[in-house]
Design a protein around this ligand. Structure first.
Ligand SMILES: C[S@@+](CC[C@H](N)C(=O)[O-])C[C@H]1O[C@@H](n2cnc3c(N)ncnc32)[C@H](O)[C@@H]1O
Length: 388
């Protein structure tokens, strides 16, 4: 066993923090399988106090935590050899690496001088709010037409929340796209596209950031919104973005790679999921809105009754059951699912996202589980079941 390299690395880390030569640090190579893929650290200033900001990268989301320098170094020490096997520290003049073997009983320290002095701006202390990297460019004309930015492309105070929600949504989709491996010319449908905020942003991201050639269609009942969106798509030269005034129940799609339905009302989410499954979409993404159908069905005659007599708890239980059964039904049709909050409740309370990624391996027990849950809560049917 030789881990004498460990204190050498941590001395370099502490020196870089004290001498302000720290640029960034990454922790990678998991020792055991874990949900977190890697951790990225940089310096930020919060209320004029320097902090190490750690970004925990998961498959579909990032989580950020800020630590004081001392706490941050202790955190990295705790992670190394237990959770992660490699730490790479980048400073203005040197790259340092601490690398454990698989058993974590041996570690080596590597050092490399950088070719030219690196500015410490990447991880350098800068105002916290200014360091957030955006995926979308607010100067795109559609943001102005959608009243999120002013004529110069600055996000207005009223537009801040919506912009954050859209940017976060794109960040989530970007992670899912990496996982699902969609074709370059992906065919995408947005069910209940409304005013098109997310449809425009998704097209923009795929076309301009990823440089792919998607075809994106929005389906929306309200004709005035469809006309507005088609005009705007033309003005933006978004040639393969189109909107149709159509009830999603009537939509028939020959080819579909990804289906999205964000905040489609009540059972419209079920219709969207069913259409996605029918068209064998590789990815189905829904963020449900209200959950009336299952709530009306609840007929609890067991130990849960005294809890569910409270309206708000019954409402939450209905949400949980509606979305939980949706995920199980997707699994019964060969989709791997994830259910998570995609944006903080501060931006929208409707923040649960259900994602299905097609694997063609149906979960054999899923329908039995749905039956058992329905029986326990006296639910005679879930709308999605009827559609499948
Ligand atoms: C709450 S809005 C969400 C709009 C958009 N997806 C967003 O997140 O910004 C729901 C939209 O779904 C549309 N909608 C509801 N039922 C529909 C149906 N059966 N067919 C097509 N559109 C529908 C509504 O008109 C409304 O514009």
């Amino acid at each position: 066993m030789d881990i004498s390299a460990v204190p050498i690395f941590f001395d370099k880390l502490k020196d870089s923090l004290n001498q302000q030569t720290f640029v960034k640090l990454t922790l990678s190579r998991l020792r055991h399988p874990s949900d977190v893929k890697n951790i990225y650290a940089r310096l930020v200033s919060i209320k004029k106090q320097p902090k190490i900001q750690f970004t925990f990268r998961y498959a579909t989301r990032d989580e950020v935590k800020n630590f004081d320098f001392t706490e941050g170094v202790v955190f990295i020490q705790d992670q190394m050899g237990t959770v992660f096997l490699t730490a790479d520290l980048f400073t203005t003049d040197f790259d340092f690496s601490l690398q454990f073997n698989k058993k974590a009983d041996n570690a080596q320290f590597l050092t490399k001088k950088t070719n030219s002095k690196r500015p410490n701006t990447e991880g350098g202390i800068s105002p916290h709010d200014q360091t957030k990297k955006r995926l979308l460019t607010p100067t795109q004309p559609y943001f102005h037409a959608l009243e999120i930015t002013d004529a110069k492309g600055n996000i207005t105070s009223n537009g801040q929340k919506k912009f954050k929600q859209i940017d976060k949504y794109i960040e989530t989709i970007a992670a899912l796209l990496r996982e699902a491996d969609l074709p370059n010319d992906a065919v995408i449908a947005d069910f209940g596209s409304g005013k098109g905020y997310l449809t425009f942003a998704l097209y923009d991201y795929l076309k301009n950031n990823l440089k792919t050639t998607p075809s994106v269609s929005g389906f929306e009942l309200r004709e005035n919104l469809v006309n507005f969106c088609n005009d705007l798509a033309q003005k933006c030269y978004f040639d393969d973005l189109q909107f149709f005034a159509k009830d999603i129940n009537e939509v028939v799609l020959d080819r579909l790679d990804m289906l999205i339905a964000l905040h489609a009302c009540d059972t419209a989410t079920d219709v969207a999921i069913a259409k996605g499954i029918e068209a064998k979409a590789k990815v189905i993404i829904v963020a449900p809105c209200c959950h009336k159908q299952v709530r009306k069905e609840l007929n609890v005659k067991n130990e849960m009754q005294p809890i569910l007599k409270h309206g708000i708890l019954e409402e939450r239980q209905a949400e949980l059951l509606t979305d939980g059964i949706r995920a199980l039904l997707l699994e019964s049709k060969g989709y791997r699912t994830k259910v998570f909050e995609f944006v903080s409740t501060e931006h929208t309370p409707k923040n649960v996202m259900i994602v299905g990624i097609r694997t063609d391996k149906p979960k054999p027990t899923a329908l039995e589980q749905v039956e058992a849950i329905k029986k326990h809560y006296g639910i005679s049917y879930h709308h999605l079941e009827k559609l499948l």
